[in-house]
Design a binder for this molecule. Structure first.
Ligand code: ATP
Ligand code: MG
Length: 565
């Protein structure tokens, strides 16, 4: 396959770049946030117009493949037309009105992208959920969202049916699949006969658009409400400067559709840049499939979670050739410098790490063109003014540890979430003085780079020393025996708490004498970092507890340690 970038005509550059530049200048604070904004009509339909008159590189808007060799490729015009039909299905067959809510629990199928944009067109508030949810989780989401409609597939329909008696708000159910199912409307059948005439509703920038659930790494997931402009405009700088996207590029982000990272990397950032959203409907994260896909398709930017990169470098990616790949990004969890350097050795490409939350767009990132400091979160991404603050909301001196925070006074950044739905106490608790608090600990270096220490609850306090798990884990990972590590506090009669490392070993080391190996790892950490941080306890485990997004759940390990007391 030919790389679309080679079909790009230089003289189109100015026109196509004007769309992204316009929204970037809003991110930079040079232009006002418009009173009215809708991503479907103001961004996607604009790309369709440029595409029609040949002023955009011949690059699809959406390119989907699966493990059976099936492929879907849509231009902006095709995608636009199908999303209008989908909007009509939602309004007519499902009876949804502006402001109504819909829960979508789907794997990475093309219909999920159609629903996203159809909801914008019709003013329906979308609540995506991961397809790994159980019946109990689905019930919680249906009740919490008060959704009038649910969209899911054949696999999950029985789970939805098992909780219907508790879902008093639900009026209609839409199934994405073949054949009919009692009590369900069939999406594909309705789409086939729907009209493509639809006038996108006019939405104010701050109208509610989308609600994502947080990953639930530290507790029950929170419902995070975003407006039309927050995610809709807020990813312009991310797309252009962090993900390095232009209308000639093809972006592949592996996230599940249930997490905000799919909005970051598979909807708003690529499309505000006019780039192609590439999707592989991976049933599982298999390094071979990732390697083959990056070899076969003209993917220029690749994003996966740090856990994904850890698995990929273990598999050894130097056995593949990636002809189009020029840029890699990650976020959602800390990327260990060791993984960064192995990826570069194996593929020749740097990983640009970024940091953000469901509640925000990217807060910090190692933007393109910046010197990358492996292990750092990079620098603040406009419009955010990121500072490190103490418990009173005062900015701490450079180099000192504190809470990573975003300035919200005098003006709350337009791309920060509106609120936690139905939870004013939790919303209020995120504010302190002039700042929104992320709940993460970090520090800023002399050059303005932010460094992640750990989630506030994960920081260990041993004999008066504060120790961030990430630094110790990264030190452990520099040892060839260590594939993955999680560092948590563990009770100690003398010191109160000490550092304990849970370590997953590389296969070659599994049969080694564990006592000796533990000692060796302790010596290694003392050598590569401040000795007081070394893990006084080491336990070898087969795997680490993780969220479905692949984040290490240190709170689970910590809970077990302290439960033993
Ligand atoms: P919950 O809020 O439900 O406990 P969560 O915080 O994991 O879950 P997300 O919004 O998906 O939910 O994740 C945001 C968090 O992920 C950040 O607050 C931070 O702790 C972590 N994170 C994101 N990017 C990075 C990064 N580059 N390095 C370290 N941590 C990161
Ligand atoms: Mg969180």
């Amino acid at each position: 396959l030919r790389s679309p970038s080679r079909t790009f005509h230089g003289n189109n550059r100015l026109l196509t770049f004007q769309i992204t530049s316009h929204y970037e200048s809003i991110n930079q604070g040079e232009k006002e946030v418009p009173e009215y904004f809708n991503f479907a009509s103001d961004v996607l339909d604009k790309w369709t117009q440029l595409e029609k008159v040949g002023r955009k590189p011949a690059n699809p808007a959406f390119w989907w493949v699966n493990d059976k060799g099936e492929e879907v490729k849509w231009s902006f015009e095709e995608f636009g037309s199908l999303s209008k039909k989908t909007a009509n299905v939602l309004s007519e067959a499902c009876g949804l009105r502006r402001g109504d809510r819909i829960v979508a629990i789907l794997p990475r199928v093309p219909e999920w992208w159609l629903l996203n944009v159809a909801c914008m067109r019709a003013g329906i508030v979308l609540f995506p959920g991961t397809s790994q949810l159980t019946a109990k989780d689905i019930l919680y989401r249906l009740q919490a969202s008060k959704a009038k409609c649910i969209v899911t597939n054949d696999t999950l329909a029985p789970a939805v049916e098992s909780v219907l008696s508790g879902s008093e708000f639900l009026k209609s159910k839409l199934i994405v699949g073949q054949g009919s199912r009692d009590g369900w409307l069939n999406f594909k059948e309705l789409l086939a006969v729907a009209s493509a005439d639809h006038i996108c509703i006019k939405t104010r920038s701050h109208d509610p658009m989308l609600v994502y659930f947080t990953s639930g790494t530290t507790g029950f997931p929170k419902m995070v409400l975003h407006s039309y402009s927050s995610y809709g405009i807020g990813f312009a700088t991310t797309g252009r400067r962090w993900l390095d996207l232009t209308p000639s590029d093809v972006m592949w982000n592996t996230s599940d559709t249930g997490w905000a990272k799919s909005a970051y990397g598979s909807v708003f950032s690529p499309w505000i840049c006019g780039a192609c959203v590439f999707i592989h409907n991976l049933p599982q994260f298999q390094p071979e499939v990732i390697g083959q896909t990056l070899s076969k398709y003209p993917i220029t930017t690749f994003c996966t979670a740090p856990t994904g990169f850890r698995m990929l470098v273990q598999h050894d990616m130097s056995r593949y050739r990636f002809p189009s790949l020029k840029h890699c990004v990650t976020g959602g969890e800390a990327l260990n410098p060791e993984v960064f350097s192995q990826w570069r050795t194996q593929t020749g490409v740097d990983i640009h790490e970024g940091y953000g939350q469901t509640e925000t767009v990217a807060i910090c990132a190692n933007l393109k063109g910046m010197k990358i400091k492996p292990g750092s979160l990079g620098k603040p991404v406009p419009p955010y003014d990121v500072q490190i603050v103490d418990e009173h909301g005062a900015v701490v001196p450079q180099g000192e540890e504190g809470t990573i925070a975003v300035r919200v006074k005098p003006t709350r950044p337009f791309c920060l979430f509106s609120e936690y739905l139905d939870n004013p106490e939790k919303t209020a608790a995120t504010l302190c003085g002039d700042f929104y608090l992320t709940g993460d600990r970090g520090f800023m270096d002399k050059e303005g780079y932010i460094w992640f220490v750990g989630r506030a609850d994960d920081v260990i306090n041993s004999a008066g020393y504060r120790i961030g798990p990430f630094e110790v884990e990264s030190a452990l990972m520099e040892h060839p025996a260590v594939v993955e590590a999680a560092v948590v506090s563990s009770p100690d009669p003398v010191r109160g708490e000490v550092v304990k490392a849970f370590v997953v070993l590389a296969p070659l080391y599994e049969s080694r004498d564990q006592k000796k190996l533990a000692l060796e790892l302790q010596q290694h950490v003392k050598k590569v970092t401040a000795p007081y941080k070394y893990p006084r306890k080491v336990e070898f485990v087969k795997e680490l507890p993780k969220t479905v997004t692949g984040k290490i759940q240190r709170n689970v390990l910590r809970g077990k340690e302290w439960a033993k007391v």
